[in-house]
Design a protein around this ligand. Structure first.
Ligand code: ZN
Ligand code: ZN
Length: 209
């Protein structure tokens, strides 16, 4: 079975997700933005083996601890889409701008594209390229859990900012309406910040859609 746990990290309370397969005890962290002791405590207290780091996009609160974790635990870095290379290059500046600990540089082991899949134990998640908040933003969708990890694309009652370099409001709306909402009203999602919601709730009541 596939399990998940939300771990808010950094001063921005970014929702890092721990996801694991209870048949193999293999685990991945989605968006390890910081607070490494909190993340490793969640992994180790469950007796899990961390096997990968998955990134939705390369903003500091989502990716800040990636380089250090990958080096210390010899982990592959999966994602985001190559459109976020300039955000990865800019992580040191993002660290100092937002008062974060210095982010270790890293290079993704595997870039992700629309239609790709990622594996954990015997489980498969789908990759959706959803640009707009950043050009290389991806979403991970588990058909088995009917749950999506959407990063800063969509929030309960809001949508991602598009006023950063490379942001594009029309692309963001197109990704939400063309790729996320068609997954189905009953699909739940973990946003990058704040509470969970369902796609149906957002389709009906989100004022930005
Ligand atoms: Zn972001
Ligand atoms: Zn964020």
């Amino acid at each position: 079975m596939l399990h998940r746990l939300t771990l808010p990290v950094t001063a921005f309370q970014q929702n890092c997700s721990l996801i694991w397969c209870s048949d193999t005890n293999e685990a991945a962290l989605i968006d390890p933005g910081g607070d490494i002791p909190v993340l490793m405590q969640a992994v180790e207290s469950r007796g899990l083996k961390l096997v990968a780091l998955w990134l939705t996009h390369a903003h500091i609160d989502h990716a800040g601890a990636t380089g250090t974790l990958a080096r210390e635990h010899n982990l592959p870095i999966v994602g985001p889409h190559p459109g976020d290379q300039f955000w990865i290059d800019g992580l040191p500046q993002q660290s100092s701008m937002f008062g974060f600990p210095k982010a270790e540089p890293f290079a993704p082991t595997r870039w992700l594209h629309e239609g790709d899949t990622v594996q954990l134990g015997g489980h498969t998640l789908q990759v959706l390229h959803c640009p707009g908040h950043t050009p290389g933003h991806v979403v991970f969708y588990s058909p088995e859990l009917k749950h999506a990890f959407v990063g800063d694309v969509l929030f309960a009652g809001s949508i991602g900012r598009t006023d950063f370099p490379g942001g594009n409001h029309a692309e963001l709306i197109a990704a939400i309406k063309g790729k996320l909402l068609p997954l189905g009203d009953d699909v739940t999602f973990t946003p990058g910040h704040g509470p969970e919601s369902t796609l149906g709730e957002e389709r009906r009541h989100n004022p930005y859609l």
